[in-house]
Structure formats: C-alpha cells, structure tokens
Write a protein that binds this ligand. Structure first.
Ligand SMILES: *Cc1c(COP(=O)(O)O)cnc(C)c1O
Length: 394
C-alpha cells in the first residue's frame, strides 16, 4: 500500500528525475573522481559540474562548498571548526529550539567546559533580536541559529540575524536543512559565514549534504585524511549522491514559486479543515513566518503518539515531533520552549507536505482525523484539571 506521506520534514521521496540522474554513477561510472585515468576523470568532471550547479543555486562560489554525509555532520563540523579555529573563545550562542544536531552537540560541549547561551522563543516560536544582541560577548566563538524550524516550520529572520552578527564581528552558522528547497537563498546577499543543508530533506537521497563556508572564514576540518574538498573534508566523494543533490536543488529552484503556492494551499486547506472539524485544536507557532509545507497542530487532552498510531492504520504518515526521552510523556523541546500548555503540547502532531502531496491525501486526513480525536478523547487520561498545570520541564 502506498502511504499518504505527510512526514516530509523527516525525510522525502527521492524525485524520479533525481534517481535517473544518479543511477549511471552507481552502475556504469563508478570511477574515483581523483583517479588519473579517463574513466575516473569522467566522474571528476561530472562532480565539478554538480558543484558548480549547487553553487549557482545558492549564489556562492563552488569552492565554498564542502560535501558532507548529512546535515548533522555539517552542523557538527561548523561549530567544532569555529571553536578549534578560535581557541581563546569558549562561548556559543544558540537557541532552545534547534535540531538535536546542534542541541546535543551544545550539551556535549558544556561538559567540556564550553559555555552555551540558549536563546528562548516566545509563545509563537519567535526569537528576540535584542536578546541575541545581548547574548553575544567578546569570547563568543560562534552563533548557531536555524533558518526554519523542523517541528513548527517557523522561519527565523536570518537576514536580520546575519546583519547583527556581522556588525558584532561574530561568526554565524545556520542550520538551513529545512529552508533549502522551500525558501530562496542567495548567499551573495545573505551574510552568513556557514550554512548547512541535507539532501534527503529536498528529494535527493540520504547520505549527502553540504557545508557552505564563506571565503575567508577560519576553518578546521573534522575529517582528516585525503585531499578531497581541498583538504577540508577527507573521504572519497559520494559521487552519485552529489550528482543527485545537484539535480534535486536545480529542480527545487526551478519549481519553488509554483510548488510553494500549490503546497501552501494544500497545507492551508488541511489546517482549516482540521480546525473547523475538531474542537480544542490550535496551531503551534507563528503562522505568518512559516514554511509553506508545515503545520504543527495541538489537540487538547489527547496523546500525540496515540493519534499517530491511529493515523498509521489508514497509511497516513505524520510525526509528533522529537520526544526528548522516548517512552516518556514529555512533549518536544520546541513546544516546551514555546510554553505550549501541557494538555496541548502532548497532543501535537506535525504534518509536513511536499510537491508529491495530493488533494486526495489531504481529503483522507480530513475524513479520518476528527473521528480519531473524538475516540481518543473519550478514553483520554487527561482531564480538565490538568489544564491548569504549567508546561512540563525535563
Ligand atoms: C533533518 C534535520 C537535520 C539533520 O539532518 P540529517 O541529514 O538527517 O543529519 C538537521 N537540522 C534540521 C533542521 C533538520 O530538519
């Protein structure tokens, strides 16, 4: 059975055009791009073209790109590089709503005696630029702030954040994994020092990503070995993956405006339909500055995991956001940072759409979800008196 796949912020289907583009580099053209022979050289040429195409989409120079294995690698490398390159600076600024690729790393660095300031967000998931300005210190090695949130879709004002960091002379890294492919990014105008993206979030395969490092930014490699990526990331290149990523990014750029309009309309219809049919439901996050494909909806007095299990019976794939301790009753760190009340945060579901989402997919959710919520509420362990409880902490 083909799933009704509404979990595209977790991962996406590889576009058929992308599969077609990469296949020859898994079968026929398997040479090493660094080899001296023509056979390998052919792959090297294709790799160079892919690098240029991706640089073109992002508005940067080809040699400012370092290919990685995933978003997590890019995020880790960016932060660790900034720390290694500025050993006298031991302070990091980030936010409470980052992906674990940054948050878990930050916690790990705190154990190694680095100091981390975690910026909070308001009830709509918005950041305060004043607070950011106050958090930056003389010994701040790097500011790491995501472009768009994977759970709520809330978009942070990166141009303003970048201008502020530039004025204060502090390095800025952005986890743009959810933004690339959905928001037009022009690095010739956006003054971030490092930016990270991941192929599998934009219809390229898993196992390929990019760390952009602006020319002049101090850099210390994470993987040490061969001379690949100009000595900045050792390891034989994931040639098929990189060629696939170039195709996926070119497609995303070409179709972005038209796809976003269509996807946004589907998302809005899904959201409005759910809110109209289900009482005690609300949207999590700033609906004005939000990715067009994402909605995080809170259903009072139900358990998010229970909703997911029941949706799953109809082949509908959604997500409850990342639980901080699996098996526990704690809601996601993002919703807690926003202060979403206990009884709402527990019953939060994320639907994330893509260019492959259809009207029929949305219709099926609208047909099944209201009954699911009603059934669950009838057997809910939560009661009105719980509503008074503050958002829990863990
Ligand atoms: C998925 C995701 C990541 C991690 O990317 P991987 O390629 O899975 O390592 C990082 N940040 C955000 C915002 C993401 O959505």
């Amino acid at each position: 059975m083909k799933p009704v796949y509404l979990d595209n912020n977790a991962t996406t289907m590889v576009a058929p055009e992308v599969v077609a583009e990469m296949l020859p580099f898994l079968s026929e053209y398997y040479g090493n791009p660094s080899s001296m022979h023509t056979f390998g050289g052919h792959v090297g040429t294709k790799l160079k073209e892919a690098r240029s195409a991706i640089a073109g989409v992002l508005g940067c120079q080809p040699d400012e790109l370092i290919f990685t294995s995933c978003g997590s690698e890019g995020d880790n490398t960016a932060v660790l590089s900034a720390l290694a390159a500025q050993p006298d600076k031991r302070h990091i600024v980030t936010t409470r709503v980052e992906h674990p690729a940054i948050l878990s790393l930050a916690k790990h660095l705190e154990e190694k005696d680095y100091e981390v300031t975690y910026l909070g967000v308001d009830e709509k998931g918005r950041l305060s630029l004043d607070e950011l300005g106050q958090a930056i210190r003389k010994d701040t090695a790097i500011v790491s702030i995501m472009y768009a949130n994977n759970e709520t879709g809330v978009i942070f004002p990166l141009p303003e954040i970048a201008a502020l960091c530039k004025a204060r002379g502090v390095l800025l890294h952005t986890d743009a994994v959810q933004a690339v492919g959905k928001i037009a990014i022009d690095l010739s105008k956006l003054p971030v020092d490092m930016l990270v993206l991941s192929g599998h979030k934009l219809h390229a395969p898993k196992g390929v990503g990019v760390l952009y490092v602006r020319k002049g930014t101090p850099f210390r490699p994470f993987l040490i070995g061969g001379h690949q990526e100009r000595g900045r990331r050792a390891g034989t290149e994931n040639t098929a993956g990189i060629i696939a990523l170039a195709k996926a990014m070119t497609m995303a750029k070409e179709h972005m405006a038209e796809e976003n309009t269509r996807v946004r309309a589907l998302r809005d219809r899904l959201e409005a339909g759910i809110l109209a049919a289900v009482p005690h439901a609300q949207i999590n996050g700033d609906t004005e500055h939000r990715l067009p494909n994402t909605t995080s909806i809170a259903f009072k007095f139900v358990e998010g995991e229970a909703i997911l299990l029941m949706l799953d019976q109809y082949g509908i794939c959604a997500s409850s956001g990342s639980a901080c301790t699996s098996g526990s009753l704690e809601p996601s760190h993002v919703l807690r940072a926003m202060g979403v009340p206990f009884t709402y945060a527990h019953g939060s579901i994320r639907f994330s759409l893509s260019r492959y989402t259809t009207e029929a997919d949305v219709d099926l959710v609208l047909e099944k979800l209201p009954g699911i919520i009603e059934t669950l509420r009838r057997m809910s362990p939560f009661r009105e008196e719980d509503a008074a409880k503050p958002a829990c902490t863990c």
